[in-house]
Design a protein around this ligand. Sequence first.
Ligand code: NAP
Length: 293
Amino acid sequence: MANILITGATGQLGQKVVKSLLSRTEASNIAAMVRNPEKEEAVDIAGRGVELRKADYGDYESLVKAFQGISKLYFVSGSDIPHRLPQHENVVKAAVEAGVGHVVYTSFERINETETSPIAMVAEAHIKTEAWLKSSGITYTILKQNLYLDMLPMYLGEKVMETGVIYLPAGNGKTGFVSRKDMANLAAEILTSKGHENKSYDVTAEKAYSFAEVAEELSGITGKSIQYVSPSLEEYNNTLTKAGVPAQFIALFAGFAQGIAQGEFEQTSDIIFRVTGKHPVSVPEFLRQVYKG
Ligand code: NAP
């Protein structure tokens, strides 16, 4: 019977955790929590011999049922930001009721935990979930994950190679971007080994980069001159609004850019190397993979 349960298993991070776990333990030890077992990603997971358990963060009873017999729960933070606070509370309470032994939670890198943070809307659920886990009595491992390296092209802009400009109000702030794959390998190792009980890890890169440095790297890799322009927030809002970008999207990107500018994501760490024995993919390596040729 499965003793490790992966939530968010149909998502981009969760799928990678399942795959990484399969190289470390038998499929019969793993269960995947999914909302829709017919979803392509769920069918693929089931095809690898992993048991599917249907549940939703919004449905408490379904969670208690899905968590039965589970000793280690990999809890992927919800993606429905306006509604995830009660969802996360459900997950922690259900884990307690079902007798889960250890919860590994995908939290969020940050420095400023007050409402003055430009990313307070994202950070709130993580900060509260960490507190609920710590007071629940369940063994926890908190993975304070930095921004996904996989999403760097979104920050640079889809047309960066055509325009030659990275346009983002992130100032001189640096970010320790980490790929989902490296985060997944770290999680899989933690889920199958000891020594990570009641620990919080900064899941971040060995070196953080500013967007000026990213522009320099990208110029060197592609041979094309790429400039970094950090506009004022007002100018950024006006430019993107005129370009037809929806207000909600502008606010989210502006918030993250401001967070970067204020140093929220500048932490570095060697945790991935220490736990997995492999260095995480760096920003220059990633840029070469995506933009060279
Ligand atoms: P993703 O591809 O959107 O996957 C989210 C997963 O959560 C999916 O499996 C989804 O299930 C599941 N889920 C969402 N709401 C749920 C609910 N109510 N009940 C049960 N499952 C639910 O996101 P990702 O790329 O894997 O990232 C994982 C998480 O990291 C996100 O959810 C978000 O909290 C956070 N995040 C971090 C960054 C970063 O840069 N560090 C960026 C974006 C997001 P379905 O397949 O059924 O939809």
